[in-house]
Design a protein around this ligand. Structure first.
Ligand SMILES: [Zn+2]
Length: 269
């Protein structure tokens, strides 16, 4: 599932290509027909992300998209390709240079037109998003520090923290030597302040690079040049491989329906 940095990039990209111009909105598959008809031909004001949610404002109406596990966008310039398969929504517009631009959405868990109160209701259910400039880290801490639930589960709970997924969860816990099984109330304010600041840095880097790299140069097999996928993470998808710090085999276990990865020595408590 894409994490917050991917949605942030998508929002920015869609804003650059489509905002300020009328957008031809269709639903070739038909499952978003009424919504598409409502938005078709209207000027797109802006696109923004919050956590894993994408919002596009067309005047008083807001398009809400959640990609879920299987959703994704494709796009390009010039004339769009023939519409095929389960194409939920297509946007076509005269792009910033006057050339045609298009983007296709397939397989989202949500693609709906909302009014502002509905948008507010969604945002009210979400925790702070580390990529938002004025995000309130303390709101997440209050939820974490007041809970007996393992911190590994709390970090994935979008009502605690918005935008963090499986990769950032595993890597953040490793970088702070915190066991994913430690109860939330075992995370103090000072530790959380460090974790939050680190998460902001990591996610901003994710936005910049378009991928998640969490390792420090001294912990990679190649310390110069582009970071290979094998070198990019400490524990995520490294089951059975030696920990970059202590050499112990990285372990995995299912937590909240997703594979959790951790080093049992570096993250003993
Ligand atoms: Zn280790």
């Amino acid at each position: 599932m894409p994490e917050g940095h991917t949605l942030f990039r998508l929002a920015r990209e869609q804003s650059v290509l489509f905002a300020g111009r009328p957008v031809h909105v269709t639903s070739p598959q038909g499952r978003f027909e009424a919504g598409a008809a409502l938005l078709d031909g209207r000027v797109l004001d802006e696109v923004w992300s919050y956590g894993k949610h994408l919002f596009a404002r067309f005047g008083a109406d807001v398009l809400h998209v959640h990609l879920g596990l299987y959703g994704g966008y494709t796009g390009g310039t010039g004339a769009p390709p023939p519409a095929r398969g389960a194409l939920r929504m297509r946007w076509v517009a005269d792009g910033p240079d006057g050339d045609g631009v298009w983007t296709d959405l397939r397989g989202p868990t949500a693609c709906e037109v909302l009014a502002d109160p509905d948008v507010d209701a969604i945002l009210a259910r979400l925790g702070p998003d580390p990529l938002r400039p004025r995000a309130d880290a303390g709101r997440a801490l209050r939820r974490i520090a007041g809970s007996r639930t393992p911190v590994g589960a709390l970090l994935m709970d979008q009502s605690v923290l918005a935008g963090v997924g499986n990769v950032y969860r595993a890597e953040l816990l490793f970088r702070h030597q915190v066991s994913p099984f430690r109860p939330g109330r075992g995370i103090g304010a000072e530790l959380w302040a460090r974790m939050w600041a680190d998460l902001v840095t990591l996610m901003r880097a994710g936005v910049r690079m378009g991928r998640i790299v969490t390792t420090r140069p001294e912990h990679r097999s190649r310390t110069r040049g582009a970071v290979s996928l094998e070198d990019a993470r400490y524990v995520y998808r490294r089951t059975g491989l030696p920990c970059r710090i202590c050499g112990t085999d990285v372990r995995t276990e299912v937590m909240v329906g997703r594979n959790l990865y951790w080093c049992p020595v570096c993250q003993a408590t």
